[in-house]
Design a binder for this molecule. Sequence first.
Ligand code: NAD
Length: 249
Amino acid sequence: MDLGLNGRVAIVTGSARGIGAETARMLAKEGAAVVITDLDLDAARETASGIEQAGGKAIAVQCDVRKEDQVRTMVGAGKEAFGSIDVLVNNAGLVKDRTILKMDEADWDLVLDVTLKGAFHTCRAALPFMHEKGWGRIINISSRALFGNPGQANYSTAKAGIIGLTRALSLEQARKGVTVNAIAPGYIETEYIKSLPNYDTILANVMAKNAVTFPGETSDIAGAVAFMASEHARYITGTTLFVTGGRYG
Ligand SMILES: NC(=O)c1ccc[n+]([C@@H]2O[C@H](COP(=O)([O-])OP(=O)(O)OC[C@H]3O[C@@H](n4cnc5c(N)ncnc54)[C@H](O)[C@@H]3O)[C@@H](O)[C@H]2O)c1
């Protein structure tokens, strides 16, 4: 199936590693030029150079999505390097887990700011370029945790909030040719998770709750993003695709 991504330009935030890096690799394999952007510039450069070595087009740009000036510079660098901005994947995210009485204000602000304020800044910076072409795709990475996880009041709130942003923007942007959708991953194995000392316990807990018999991989999310970015998804906007191995609660 041709996804029609040849010649498109995609920004993937938090794409130095994990789900974001795999998503950028898949979009590049499908012909898109990609902006690898992250707090971690060295890792972003490594991801971008891997894509170039595989024959794709990529640049690495350091950016903290919480900072509007950095976001505007990063989006401008993508436009300058590749001529347009067609696809925006809001993937940067993190956890700061604590039960609510132990969670301090900084833990709350950090998780909400990266997820929600970050997406606010990136959408505002990228949309004018999508409007120039009358075509665009915004894909927000939420989480199954939007249904609520103990110890994750900040993360669950942020991941539920991003669904509200998705719905509002989908209605605002549909007539300008821009679709806005969310993907809610369940547990996805990344190199980072595999490196944790309690990885075996984490995996056993997940497998007790997944409906399917295997854990998700980064390519499961990358494939869903590539579909949402494609021509085949032109009639889909404002939705949330659950990629959770059948686990919802
Ligand atoms: N792995 C999972 O099981 C899982 C499940 C559900 C949802 N998600 C979501 O998927 C996304 C990617 O997850 P992952 O497991 O690959 O995480 P990860 O920690 O491996 O990668 C996240 C990347 O985001 C970057 N980042 C963090 N704060 C940033 C900021 N302020 N500005 C720019 N970049 C920043 C980090 O440097 C890192 O490279 C996140 O939004 C996460 O919440 C992951």
